[in-house]
Every structure is written in C-alpha cells, then in structure tokens.
Design a protein around this ligand. Structure first.
Ligand SMILES: NC(=O)c1ccc[n+]([C@@H]2O[C@H](COP(=O)([O-])OP(=O)(O)OC[C@H]3O[C@@H](n4cnc5c(N)ncnc54)[C@H](O)[C@@H]3O)[C@@H](O)[C@H]2O)c1
Length: 269
C-alpha cells in the first residue's frame, strides 16, 4: 500500500465534482432533485433522468440541468441515453441513483396472496433499475480514466434504513433496498482496480413527495417514528450534502451510510 498523499489541497481539487458529467436518476423529485441542484451549483454538468414526463418537462430549461425522460428499468432506453450523454457532453464520471418507488403492502391480503407483479415491480425499479444505470455508466468511467492512479468515477446508490429495519408491509421495499445495499461492497471491490468508488446512502425518514403522498395510514406510521435527534424528518438538502461529501472524499468507498438522526424503526405501531 502506498503512503497517503501529503498535498491535501491538490487532492481536494482533483475530487470536487466541477465539470464532471453527473447523472442523477429520479432527479425530478425529492432527494434526487435536491442532489441534482446542489451538484449543479458546485459546477457539475448534471443530467437528470426520471420516468415522470411532466416533472421532466417542468425541469427542462432550468439552468445547468439537462432533463431527460427515461424509465430506469428499460435496458435499451438507458443504454441509448448513456450513449447520447457521452456523445453530447462527454463521459459520465459520477452516477447518483435515486429513482425508486415505495408501494407498501402485505404479502397476504384477506387470506389471498398478493399479486406477484406488485413485488416484482418494486424489485425491478429499485434494484434492477439501479444496476441498469450502473452497468451503462461504468464503461464510460473506465474508458476515460486520465492516468493510472486517477479516480475514474464515483457511484452513489440509495438504499433505505428499511433494508435493516423493514416494517410490516415493507417486505418488497426492504428486499429491494437490501439488494441495493448488498451490491455496494462487491461492486467497490470489482471496480476498485479501475479507479471507481461505490457508496450507498440509507436514508431514514425524509420529507419528500414519496413519503408525503403515501396512503394516510402508511404516512402516519412513517412520520410517527421520531429520531433521537434531530426530532424531525430529514430535508432533501441534507441528503444532497452527503452525496456531495461522498463525491469529494476519496476515502469513502464500499459501504452504506445510515442518514437517519439515529432512528430505528419499530416493527409496527
Ligand atoms: N423519502 C424518504 O424518506 C426515503 C427514505 C429512504 C429511502 N428513500 C429512497 O430515496 C430515493 C428517492 O426518494 P424520494 O423520497 O426522493 O422520492 P420521490 O418520489 O420524491 O422521487 C423519486 C423519483 O424517482 C422517479 N422514478 C420512479 N420510478 C422510476 C423509474 N422506473 N425510472 C425513472 N425514474 C423513476 C420518480 O418519478 C420520482 O421523480 C428512492 O430510492 C427512495 O426509495 C427515500
């Protein structure tokens, strides 16, 4: 192992996201939108990918953001979009995966099995959708590495504290987020030789359209869980700040950080 660098200023200059082509999935709402805007404000060239056509349209024309409509589960569409981004803007060197859905629901309802398609949809969007974007971003990061020792890219994925503290009705969501968190270390190990870092964030309860627009009962359950401190839901900007810190700090790799004010969700209320 080489000794650590002794020129801190140079290290920080090399790692800030200035000018980086950065893709934020699910970037038209909530945690993703706050992240896209913060990274844009720090000088990154930000591409927002989101399935929500109306939200993408509303973002189009916002300075410094390139808004593109796409469903992260669509293999061919995501391949084509990443190729277009590379051709138009240059290779992607940071990917932040925020696209996700919650869809709470019991596995057995009124004595009947839940529709399997519901469970599959959550896994498709949250887990396979994340991997679909990672597999398209990585070759661009690898091919455009400047020098042997340089950082080629950073990937930040969004898990959830539900991966560890999944509540009643969250089997699908917790399984999908457990899968996301589970990919982080093996991907960091696989891609380390190519200069790519992989990190996860497991948010607690954040105030975003995902949580605010849950069915009434689920919303009550989610917001009644109060962290030790601060005793409130997180703000999307606090998530964005952590993404920025991860992009800037080259020693963060291969782990998922809980961002939850110390919250541990009970099994049920
Ligand atoms: N808000 C919370 O409390 C919380 C807690 C833990 C984890 N998370 C995770 O954080 C991420 C962001 O959540 P949020 O709270 O900002 O939710 P949000 O609903 O505000 O934003 C999610 C975005 O993802 C997009 N999206 C959904 N399916 C998509 C698909 N198939 N392809 C492309 N885009 C798609 C939506 O259109 C939306 O714009 C999600 O992965 C969520 O599971 C959120």
């Amino acid at each position: 192992m080489r000794k650590g660098g002794n020129n801190l200023t140079r290290l920080r200059d090399d790692t800030v996201p200035k000018g980086r082509v950065t893709v934020v999935t699910g970037g038209a709402s909530g945690l993703g939108a706050a992240t896209a805007r913060l990274l844009r404000d720090h000088g990154a060239q930000v591409v927002v990918l989101d399935a929500d056509t109306a939200a993408i349209k509303a973002m189009t024309g916002e300075p410094g953001l390139h808004a593109m409509q796409a469903d992260v589960t669509d293999a061919a569409r995501i391949e084509a979009l990443f190729a277009r981004i590379e051709a138009d803007m240059g290779p992607v060197s940071a990917l932040v995966c925020c696209a996700g859905i919650a869809m709470p629901g019991s596995v057995v309802r009124g004595g009947q099995p839940m529709p399997l398609a519901e469970f599959r949809r959550v896994i498709d969007v949250n887990l396979l959708g994340t991997l679909n974007c990672i597999r398209c971003a990585v070759p661009q990061m690898i091919n455009h590495r400047h020098e042997a020792d340089a950082e080629a890219g950073v990937i930040v994925v969004t898990a959830s504290i539900a991966a560890q503290d999944g509540q009643v009705g969250q089997a699908a969501y917790a399984a999908s987020k457990g899968g996301v968190a589970g990919m982080v270390l093996p991907l960091a190990r696989e891609l380390g030789d190519q200069g790519i870092r992989v990190m996860g964030i497991a948010p607690g309860v954040f105030s975003t359209p995902m949580t605010e627009e849950l069915p009434e009962r689920s919303r009550e359950i989610v917001f009644s869980a109060v962290p030790p401190f601060p005793k409130r839901a997180g703000n999307a900007t606090e998530f964005a700040d952590l993404v920025h810190a991860i992009l800037c700090n080259p020693m963060l790799n291969g782990d998922t950080i809980r961002l939850d004010g110390g919250l541990r969700m009970p099994a049920r209320l």
